[in-house]
Design a protein around this ligand. Structure first.
Ligand SMILES: NC(=O)CC[C@H](N)C(=O)O
Length: 225
């Protein structure tokens, strides 16, 4: 049994989705981690869920860095622990500098909430090992600031290092190179705008999110990298 710590920031709203996906569909131990928590040692994986942490004030994700739990998460990430940031979690990870780039306002300046097709650009990561290169999966998005930006040099580095994990099949929000998910250079931290935790049951329109959660579990069960 692996323990997934789900960071609850003021304004998180996908923490319960993560909790139920991990507990009821992945059959693992899911635990909420209050944002004042300072020791995250006991968790095998840390998740930063979607939402509007700190009201999206300043910039989405920007204020989360002042929370003790996020501070502790950075230390765990640096030790090589798996960290996944979904939507607002992705925004937090870029604001922290754990992931390159930034998430800007969607190209159409609107909140976008729909299912999208994404293609697997790297199947050799702890988050995508149950998928095949080039495979298309269906996941929901729900954001107003999902327009991923990196400069040209960084984009070339990301591609060369296999850090681009998922790409939208069609342009959704204006993201550079249609990027939907990236990892850090070490490969233990991922940020993604689509929500795998909201796609764990065919009744909800897709269960493709289980590929992502299941890949993480496989990685933990085989003992890491
Ligand atoms: N679902 C979410 O996490 C929303 C993310 C973010 N606050 C946005 O609207 O861009």
């Amino acid at each position: 049994m692996k323990t997934f710590g789900i960071i609850v920031l003021p304004g998180s709203n996908c923490d319960s989705d993560c909790f139920y996906a991990v507990r009821d569909y992945l059959n693992q131990d899911a635990q909420y981690v209050w944002h004042e928590e300072r020791n995250l040692d006991k968790y095998d994986v840390l998740m930063i869920p979607g939402g509007f942490s700190y009201g999206d004030y300043l910039r989405p994700g920007a204020l989360a860095r002042f929370s003790p739990a996020v501070d502790a998460l950075v230390k765990e990430a640096e030790k090589g622990k798996l960290v996944v940031g979904i939507c607002n979690g992705f925004q937090v990870l870029t604001e922290l500098g754990l992931l390159p780039g930034a998430l800007m306002r969607n190209k159409n300046l609107k909140f976008i909430c729909k299912y999208v097709d994404v293609q697997v650009e790297n199947a050799h990561t702890p988050f995508t090992s149950r998928l095949k290169m080039g495979q298309t999966i269906k996941l929901p998005v729900a954001h107003k600031d999902g327009n991923y930006y990196v400069d040209e040099d960084t984009l070339q580095q990301l591609k060369k290092n296999g850090q681009v994990v998922l790409r939208y099949s069609e342009d959704v929000n204006g993201s550079v190179d249609r990027i939907a998910a990236v990892t850090n250079r070490q490969g233990n931290v991922v940020g993604m705008m689509p929500h795998p935790e909201r796609a764990c049951d065919p009744l909800l329109g897709s269960s493709d999110g289980m590929y992502i959660l299941g890949s993480m579990l496989d990685h933990l069960l085989k003992g890491g990298f």
